[in-house]
Design a protein around this ligand. Structure first.
Ligand SMILES: N[C@@H](CCC(=O)N[C@@H](CS)C(=O)NCC(=O)O)C(=O)O
Length: 242
């Protein structure tokens, strides 16, 4: 199996998944990890586009099967390597809707909030005001939904850590970077700390980042993410003629 990815929130989902599966007892010795430099534009190469026509990381190649979309990769790996990360039978429906919820809501909304907050220096403030308010308010609403869901639970779907936690965590942990306040969401704050303490999560987050910068990026790294993010988020990058 080959995992094509990059050190970003959607990329960290799958590196955390790999390390959590190792924690669950799978060695995944035949899995190789290939870094796709999305700041340089490697996602647009012919080779990568053949794997993922949507030209975004992450993607998984397993023999003749290509799997795109981070949450689909989480589910694919969870079904291939059974563990409490995704319960079997009926109980999987306690988990999968929250994975879809992340993919359809938290990812796009936090991603847009982040882009307008950090990566759009060239866009005049008046033009940013509306999207910042819209995505900021919606992100806050989503943190409220998550806070309620976590009430009385260690993890999003109950006592067990699952792929729903893996899907959500990389976006929530970046709340300061995206400037989505969660300090009045006590269950979310406690969950962010609880998830971070897991050894598999720590190893997954170390992908592409020096150990001493996992939890706090250096000024140089912030600048490089800002610069790369600005290129990726610019309208010039968007093509409608593929
Ligand atoms: N819904 C997709 C989103 C993937 C995505 O947006 N990936 C970003 C990195 S976090 C990317 O590859 N961006 C490069 C680009 O947009 O050109 C998923 O969950 O896999």
């Amino acid at each position: 199996m080959e995992l094509l990815t990059s050190p970003t929130p959607n990329g960290w989902k799958v590196t955390i998944m790999v390390e959590e599966l190792r924690e669950a007892g799978y060695d995944l010795a035949d899995l190789t990890l290939t870094t796709v430099d999305i700041m340089k534009g490697d996602q647009f190469t012919e080779a990568f586009t053949a794997v993922n026509p949507n030209q975004k990381i992450p993607a998984l190649v397993d023999g003749d099967r290509n799997v795109i979309e981070s949450c689909a990769i989480l589910q694919y790996l969870a079904e291939k390597f059974p563990s409490p990360l995704l319960p079997e039978g009926e109980a999987k429906w306690d988990v999968l809707p929250w994975v879809y919820w992340q993919a359809a809501n938290v990812g796009p909304i936090f991603g847009n909030k982040l882009a307008y907050t950090r990566y759009m220096d060239d866009v005049p403030d008046e033009a940013k005001a509306h999207p910042l308010e819209r995505f900021g308010k919606e992100a806050r609403r989503l943190t409220h939904v998550l806070d309620k869901k976590l009430e009385g639970n260690d993890y999003v779907c109950g006592d067990d850590f699952t792929i729903a936690d893996i899907a959500l965590y990389p976006w929530l942990r970046g709340w300061k970077w995206s400037k989505v306040d969660i300090t009045d969401r006590p269950n979310v704050m406690a969950w962010v700390d609880r998830v971070r303490e897991r050894p598999g999560v720590g190893r997954g987050l170390a992908y592409g980042v020096p150990e001493d910068e996992i939890d706090r990026w250096s000024t140089e790294r912030r600048d490089s993410y800002r610069k790369g993010g600005a290129t990726i988020a610019s309208n010039e990058r968007l093509r409608s003629d593929l």
